[in-house]
Design a protein around this ligand. Structure first.
Ligand SMILES: *[C@@H]1O[C@H](CO)[C@@H](O)[C@H](O)[C@H]1NC(C)=O
Ligand SMILES: *[C@@H]1O[C@H](CO)[C@@H](O)[C@H](O)[C@H]1NC(C)=O
Length: 321
């Protein structure tokens, strides 16, 4: 509610208050401090550019020409280039898919509406910090979901273990990222610790994996054929599903359903936690890993059955417990 009020306030006041006022509020909200006056001046310039982008976009949204709105979030003082550190999907590292492909039968009916957040199989929005570890958060999200659904156990699991320890499975670091199925292969061999025994921070460190502390193993994983119908059956009948998207419209996203095509390739791993329709528009509900102050309480919505928008169904997978 608080965030909604904030977004509404931003929508209304973006033109009314001065850039300086908004800058002061922004720094306070996101705890921003800068090393020098020079850096602050540069950041303020970037912030002003982003404000203009947001204002233009939201004016269109108010006229009904856009289906989602933008908001001032913690990326508002960053350039597009710097924002890339908030991603981390190494999509080109995708292994041969045939061995793990699962195809749901034509006749399997998925429900009309699913929200795993409400069902308790989504343990909530986390924050990858300034590290390209989206792939680890996507994997842990679907794993926690299956653990909640199948074992009725709701324990936050360790993204940090994946970041520190899965290098020999093809994953890299905060700068170069990693890939979802490499992480599943690692967990299949080693198991996974809880976040409390192996807690997250946004830097890669030496692997401290302790086999005696693993609390969950998996038999393997399945990948889906790139089809929104298959993804619907998976999210509808299995649980939260690890997916990849193009992050093109996400940087300043504030809420609503994204319906604009992406031109860029898949570069961000996230978690599909539901689907439905609002105001006659079908959507996917997707959990991001940029904290709860980003987007719609940490989530975003992408148009569904809109030609695999931003690649949402292109690289979907889930663990087998
Ligand atoms: C997967 O299997 C299909 C059909 O058998 C084949 O055409 C395709 O080349 C295979 N893909 C890979 C990456 O091996
Ligand atoms: C995971 O551990 C980190 C570090 O202790 C903590 O900040 C974070 O809140 C934990 N996440 C969850 C979901 O418990």
């Amino acid at each position: 509610m608080k965030l909604f009020a904030l977004i509404a306030a931003v929508l209304v006041t973006v033109n009314a208050s001065t850039d300086k006022d908004q800058w002061v509020a922004f720094k306070q909200t996101h705890g921003k401090t800068y090393k020098s006056l020079l850096e602050e001046r540069t950041r303020f310039g970037i912030f002003q550019n982003n404000l203009r982008t947001i204002e233009k976009h939201n004016a269109k949204y108010e006229k009904g020409e856009e289906t989602y709105y933008m908001g001032v979030n913690r990326f508002a003082d960053m350039t597009v280039e710097e924002f890339k550190h908030m991603l981390g999907l190494q999509a080109e590292a995708r292994p041969n898919l045939n061995a793990t492909l699962h195809v749901f039968p034509e006749e399997l009916e998925a429900p009309k509406f699913v929200d795993w957040t409400q069902e308790g199989a989504d343990l909530g929005v986390k924050d990858q910090g300034h590290c390209g570890s989206c792939w680890a958060f996507s994997v842990i999200g679907s794993l926690e979901g299956q653990n909640a659904i199948q074992h009725k156990v709701k324990i936050p699991l360790s993204e940090k273990q994946l970041l520190d320890c899965s290098e020999s499975y093809g994953n890299r670091n905060c700068e170069e990222g990693g890939f979802i199925t490499n992480a599943f292969n690692y967990i299949k061999d080693k198991g996974i610790e809880s976040n409390s025994s192996y807690p997250y921070f946004d830097r890669k460190a030496t692997c401290k994996y302790d086999a005696s502390k693993t609390i969950l193993k998996i038999k393997g994983f399945k990948e889906l054929r790139a089809s929104e119908m298959q993804l619907k059956k998976a999210v509808g009948t299995i649980g939260p599903i690890s997916v990849a998207v193009s992050s093109e419209h996400l940087r300043l996203y504030g809420g609503g359903v994204i319906t604009t095509r992406c031109i860029k390739d898949l570069d961000h791993a996230v978690l599909a936690v539901g689907y439905g329709s609002e105001n006659g528009r079908k959507y996917w509900k997707i959990r991001n890993s940029w904290g709860k102050t980003w987007g719609d309480h940490g989530y975003f919505k992408l148009a569904r059955d809109a030609g695999n928008l931003c690649g949402v169904a292109s690289m979907a997978s889930y663990p087998l417990l």
